[in-house]
Design a protein around this ligand. Structure first.
Ligand code: ADP
Ligand code: MG
Length: 768
């Protein structure tokens, strides 16, 4: 039972108000075929749209089941359209990207009927309209008459009580029109059919009630209802709801019709994802590389304990950092100067490497270290015959020290970390080895020490034939009363019988699995030679004399022992001469990363409960380097990710634009869906589903492309850095990026989806 009470409706365009319905009073029987006639613009469509709940009346009331619709909510209108009304339009209004079957099923889909039941019903109604064999065709593969049959099938599918047809034959030829009218007449048997038509002949032939309209008013009703005829009846209104999968399915279908564009969109918006993914893979890989580097390689760098050590414990580092970044008290506006500590006072720790400490180091667990060396500052008096002339060569600018010895009988650092390029390991104290750098280079100072002044390449054989003449202090210095000075006659010194003739017996190079910076090219002698020299010097007269006389052997001047400088000078000279005072430096070579930890714990153990000045500071170069490099990596990563994020935002905006275009393109579809009872929410869902698909696609595509790009990236990096497989993708990052991509596209598509849902269904249906 449907009743219109004084329904008024006007449209406002600019200042002009068009009164489309000027107070319509009408009642309909539950089962009749009503034809509405009237000239164009008389308000027929408006009336139909209001009856169908597609448009809202301004005033009056529409009574459905004795119930006023004045306070109907959007939801109720949607449900009413969905299961009480079937629309048939002049222009068919089928959704072109879906096949006939899906078009017919749409209303049922919206009301959440199961797929099986939908299929069955759709087949039945398609059979009824004679299109069973066409059900998998698309609308544009059918003739006009066939399309209108599909529309009729769709209107019937949800078994509505009311069929509203707006000039259903308006676009058809007369023969087809008759067929369609026959069909409508047939389905009208148990329903209320209200049909708008231009054609009075068709109206009179088929309808059992003809209503004529003019200027928004009813001017004739051939079969009005009298009061007592009004009966009670019920229209059952079920609620509609489209689930997300339906929306997804709908959007997938739509996307399928514009694959190229979707792919391009997805690709364009995946660029940010590609960028971020690559950067994360790289930084992830570099971090891993640094880790491996640290574990296997940097641990090859010795832990250094020298007399003067930069104190690089965490406390000092923090202090240093604070000082560098602290600008609070910089550039003060004051008229006085502030005394401060020197850099040395602040950060340099003087280590007193006592005999005790050396013993402590010697007792270190052997399994943790490959070798250890104690380096003393010894005056090595080196003579070399160059071009027939004997020359004294300074050893201060070159590395000329002991090679690390192992604490037990195991093979030492040399065998484990170096390639022997020529010759062999030394077996006596007179035999020394030469370490070259990763490019086989040796400094000219070092070559001069070996007697070479040439700029040409020098064959290994020649190196292995070279010798160095070492003069002992006792022969080198002459007594001039109360002090000693070096002898002047180098030729006779060179011939001295107690001289040590050092011979290069091996040439080594750091293995290529260690970083080239860990190489320390130089000449290396054995611990035995060092001990021998220390002992010889200890026994030599000059040191004894020196100790008593307190004269500087170099200059003959007396030390001023009343001052700190004088005492330091004496100390230094004694050290230089090779007394058995303290080693200048201790280098500990850890076996691997874990043993380095153990060694450091061992060293820390010594410092426990010691006074500040008795503590021994050490320098762990590997740790310093890797913490620096991973900090830098983190900073670079953050900057790069920030840059790439801009492209993510750009793609977010782009998605918004593209979705807006899609909304414009699909306006008609929005209208159709609304006429079939889709809620605003459902429309939002359809578009959200589309952005979801694009977002997922762009995320997946981005990850895929980034993954493919890893191969060339890694091969370029291999060329540049010799590091294999630097860029490694973290699956967690990838997953996160896909989620981000989906979220961003959803954000980008949110506004267009909202706009789509707000579209007036009547206007939407009018767009072409
Ligand atoms: P009919 O279907 O009988 O041809 P309509 O119901 O479509 O007539 O239109 C009735 C009047 O309302 C017409 O003058 C038309 O221009 C006007 N009208 C209909 N819809 C709108 C609208 N959305 N905005 C402005 N005017 C409208
Ligand atoms: Mg019309």
């Amino acid at each position: 039972m449907l009743e219109l009470k004084n329904i008024k409706k006007s449209y406002k365009t600019g200042d002009f108000i068009q009164h489309a319905l000027k107070g319509v009073n009408l009642s309909f029987r539950k089962n009749e075929f009503v034809a509405i006639l009237g000239p164009s613009g008389s308000g027929k469509t408006t009336l139909l749209n209001i009856i169908g709940g597609l448009d809202r009346y301004d005033s009056g009331d529409l009574i459905i089941n004795q119930k006023s619709t004045k306070n109907f909510k959007d939801r109720e209108w949607d449900s009413y359209r969905n299961n009480c009304i079937g629309f048939i339009f002049q222009s068919y209004n089928l959704i072109n990207h879906m096949d006939i079957m899906a078009n017919v099923e749409m209303g049922m889909t919206l009301s959440g009927i199961s797929a099986k039941k939908r299929r069955k019903t759709a087949k039945e109604v398609l059979n009824k309209v004679g299109l069973k064999e066409h059900m998998h065709k698309r609308p544009n593969q059918l003739s006009g008459g066939q399309m209108q049959r599909v529309a009729i099938a769709r209107a019937l599918a949800n078994n509505p009580d009311i069929i509203l047809a707006d000039e259903p034959t308006g676009a058809l030829d007369s023969k087809t029109s008759v067929q369609i009218m026959d069909l409508i007449k047939e389905i009208a048997k148990d329903k209320l059919v209200i049909m708008v038509t231009h054609n009075p002949d068709l109206a009179n032939l088929y309808a059992n009630r003809v209503i004529e309209m003019k200027d928004g008013k009813i001017i004739r009703d051939s079969n009005p209802i009298d009061e007592k005829e009004k009966e009670e009846e019920t229209y059952q209104i079920r609620k509609t709801s489209m689930n997300f999968f339906t929306a997804l399915h709908l959007s997938l279908n739509n996307i399928r019709t514009k694959k190229g564009r979707t792919l391009l969109t997805a690709f364009a918006s995946s660029i940010g994802i590609i960028g971020i993914s690559l950067i994360l893979s790289l930084s992830n890989g570099f971090d891993e590389q640094i880790d491996v580097f640290e574990k296997n390689t940097l641990s090859a760098l010795p832990i250094m304990i020298s007399k003067q050590s930069m104190n690089l414990d965490e406390e000092t580092m923090a202090k240093m950092q604070e000082e560098m970044t602290d600008t609070e008290e910089s550039y003060p506006n004051i008229d006085y100067v502030i005394p401060s500590e020197t850099v040395e006072e602040k950060y340099v720790h003087n280590n007193v490497l006592t005999k005790d400490y050396v013993n402590y180091i010697d007792k270190m667990p052997k399994e943790d270290i490959v070798g250890i060396n104690y380096i003393y500052t010894m005056g090595l008096n080196v003579l070399q015959k160059i071009d027939g002339n004997v020359k004294q060569i300074s050893t201060t600018d070159v590395t000329f020290t002991t090679y690390p010895h192992s604490l037990d009988d195991r093979e030492g650092v040399i065998e484990e970390r170096f390639d022997m390029l020529a010759g062999r390991m030394p077996t006596s104290k007179e035999e020394i080895i030469l370490e070259v750098d990763s490019k086989n280079q040796v400094s000219s100072d070092l070559l001069e020490l070996l007697g070479f002044t040439t700029k040409e390449n020098i064959n290994f054989k020649e190196i292995l034939n070279s010798t160095i003449t070492l003069v002992l202090n006792k022969d080198y210095y002459q007594n001039l009363g109360n002090y000693y000075i070096p002898k002047q006659d180098l030729d006779s010194l060179y011939e001295n019988k107690d001289n040590l003739i050092l011979k290069v017996v091996g040439i080594v190079r750091l293995k290529d699995d260690y970083p080239s910076m860990a190489a320390t090219p130089g000449l290396y002698y054995s611990n035995d030679l060092q001990n021998y020299l220390i002992n010889m010097n200890k026994e030599s007269d000059i040191v004894k004399a020196q100790k008593i006389a307190d004269y500087n052997v170099m200059t003959g001047e007396k030390f001023d022992l009343t001052t700190k400088e004088g005492k330091d000078l004496k100390e230094n000279i004694l050290g230089y001469l090779g007394d058995d005072i303290e080693p200048y430096m201790i280098q500990i070579h850890p076996k691997d990363f874990n043993s380095k930890e153990n060694i450091i714990n061992y060293l820390d153990e010594y410092n426990k409960d010691k006074k500040e000045e008795d503590k021994i500071a050490y320098l762990d170069q590997a740790n310093l380097m890797s913490s620096l490099s991973s900090n830098i990596m983190d900073a670079i990563t953050i900057v790069l990710v920030a840059f790439s994020s801009i492209s993510l935002i750009v793609s977010c905006i782009m998605i918004g634009i593209i979705m807006y275009i899609s909304v414009l393109e699909r306006t008609k579809e929005i209208g159709i869906l609304r006429s079939l009872g889709a809620r605003k929410k459902d429309i939002t869902r359809v578009f959200n589903a589309e952005t979801f698909i694009i977002g997922t696609a762009s995320g997946l595509l981005g990850i895929l492309v980034a993954w493919l790009l890893l191969f060339p990236t890694n091969s370029i990096l291999l060329d540049l850095t010799n590091l294999e497989n630097v860029a490694v993708m973290n699956p967690l990052h990838s997953l996160l990026l896909i989620v981000i991509s989906v979220c961003l596209t959803l954000i980008g598509g949110w506004l267009p989806a909202k706009i789509a849902s707000k579209k007036d269904p009547v206007i939407a249906l009018r767009t072409e």
